[in-house]
Design a protein around this ligand. Sequence first.
Ligand code: GTP
Ligand code: MG
Length: 395
Amino acid sequence: MRDILELFDAVDLMLGSGVGVVPPQELEMARREVGFLRRRAAGAGTTLVVALAGGTGTGKSSLLNAIAGEEVSSVSRLRPHTEHPLAWLPEDTDSTVVQRIDELGVTEWRRHTRLPGVAVIDLPGLDTIAHGHREQAERLIAGADAIVWVVDPEKYGDGILHDEFLVPLVRYRDQTAFVLNKIDRIGEEDVARIVAPMREVLVASGYEDPIVFPLAAAPASGQPTAIGPLMAHLATRLDTKQAAYGKLLSDIAATIRMVGEAARVWQGPGEGVAERWRTTREEALAGLEPGVGVSREDAICRVEDMIAATAADIGGHVGDALRSSMGTEEVENVVTSVQQAVAAGDLAAARDEMEARIGVPMREIVARRNRFAALVALTHVGAHQLGHRYEAVVR
Ligand SMILES: Nc1nc2c(ncn2[C@@H]2O[C@H](COP(=O)(O)OP(=O)(O)OP(=O)(O)O)[C@@H](O)[C@H]2O)c(=O)[nH]1
Ligand SMILES: [Mg+2]
């Protein structure tokens, strides 16, 4: 794959060939997701969209204000406070990025010239929001290029936030940074005492080498403390294109894996299907020869068993399709007709008929599935290849 548009075209082709292979609901979901990712790709690499996420009251809005150097987001001692996401965008933000944020349902905007190329979205606390809003917050996190996860000395070990958000978001680990806020409330040695176990938990959950910025966005007195390293990380260390493409490609790869799993392409029949059919066909034909003494029922059973075994190997949607397209009645009809040809001494015609009515359609179903599996593998590899091009790790 040479560029991301070529990858999207290949993914579209793969999804197109997934009809009848992937359950319709999953296929539709993947189509929608890929459409969204395509639009996201249009502006990727121009503005870094950073989502501020974390529990309520950890100081996300305060952090945005500290980054902005002025009050752009309302802060309160009362919990929960921020109800709707707020976007802080560079004046010259690419229109496709504006459209992407708009599409994610963000209605509150502030413009800035302070940190060129960086947009920040302040989210409501993830542990307090109602179901519909939670979905929106999840989509904003998924739709951002990078995530800054904010904790405070009280909330750094929240098990629910960890299990429900940090664990599933681990594939964005290269685009995620952590902030331990409110360090003015604790002593310097306590900072290390919190950061060390916090990093350990994150490493255990797959965040290989988590970056943690201890700071105070809104200390009880004075100016924000130790905000510089985070600002520098956003402005320079987090390469916009690399972060954007890394996350985008990880999302594409995840969607490809999702449809692949829905179609069960990772397991399934290998080359054995053709061989198994040939053996079954010949045994059934031999059994139908007059005088052999093997009953017609036996031939039906053999064919049915073979179809059932192949359908079970394939599993899922395609397995069901195979089973229903070759039910007992169809097998009985074929065997009856084949038996007549065998009785008339025309073994070649009998074999042809078995081929035409069972072998060929069955192999077609399997081939359709295998073609789809190949496209899944091809696009998945393509996403990783492109990751190399952009020097981004695709998870
Ligand atoms: N001491 C201290 N207090 C802070 C700091 N940062 C934020 N706070 C206070 O923590 C409280 C919550 O801050 P917010 O910024 O509203 O928190 P939030 O994460 O946006 O909360 P939600 O909008 O409810 O999700 C406020 O009373 C802030 O003044 C800090 O660095 N030090
Ligand atoms: Mg807030």
